[in-house]
Design a protein. Structure first.
Length: 134
C-alpha cells in the first residue's frame, strides 16, 4: 500500500520494546512472553504513545524478580487494550508507584493506564488507547 496506509503490527512493536529491556529482564531473571496476536495492527503510531508503551513495559520489567510477564491485547469498543500480567509479582508497591506516575502522562494523551491487584502475586496492568486499530 502507499505510505499513508502503513499498518503497524502491535506484536512487532512490543517485540522491539521488550528487546530494549532484555538486559534488565535477564538481570532480574524474568521471562517476558509476547502474546499479542499477529493480526493486531495500528493505523498510526504517535511517538508519545510509542514511548509510553516502552516506559510501561520497562517499569514492569525493572520492578520484577524471577518474573513471569505476559503481554496480551484485546479490543474494547473503539479502544485497544494492552494487558501486561505479571504472574510472579515481587515488588507491587514500587510497581504501583511507577505505573501511577506514568498514568498521569497517559491521561494527557487520551490513554488510560491502570494496575489491578498490585500487592497480590498476580497483578495486571492495562493500557487502553483510542481507536487507532486497523
Amino acid at each position: 500500500g502507499h505510505a499513508g496506509n502503513r499498518r503497524i503490527p502491535l506484536q512487532l512493536l512490543v517485540d522491539g520494546l521488550v528487546g530494549n529491556s532484555l538486559p534488565v529482564a535477564r538481570l532480574r531473571r524474568s521471562a517476558v512472553v509476547n502474546e499479542v496476536g499477529r493480526g493486531v495492527c495500528l493505523r498510526r503510531l504517535d511517538e508519545p504513545l510509542h514511548i509510553l508503551i516502552g516506559e510501561v513495559l520497562s517499569a514492569v520489567i525493572a520492578n520484577s524478580r524471577d518474573g513471569d510477564i505476559h503481554i496480551g491485547c484485546s479490543r474494547k469498543q473503539d479502544r485497544l487494550v494492552l494487558t501486561i500480567t505479571e504472574k510472579s509479582n515481587y515488588n507491587g508497591y514500587a510497581l504501583s508507584f511507577s505505573i501511577g506516575a506514568l498514568a498521569r502522562d497517559a491521561g494527557k494523551m487520551g490513554c488510560a493506564l491502570s494496575i489491578e491487584n498490585p500487592t497480590r502475586l498476580e497483578t495486571t496492568i492495562r493500557l487502553s488507547f483510542p481507536g487507532i486499530a486497523a
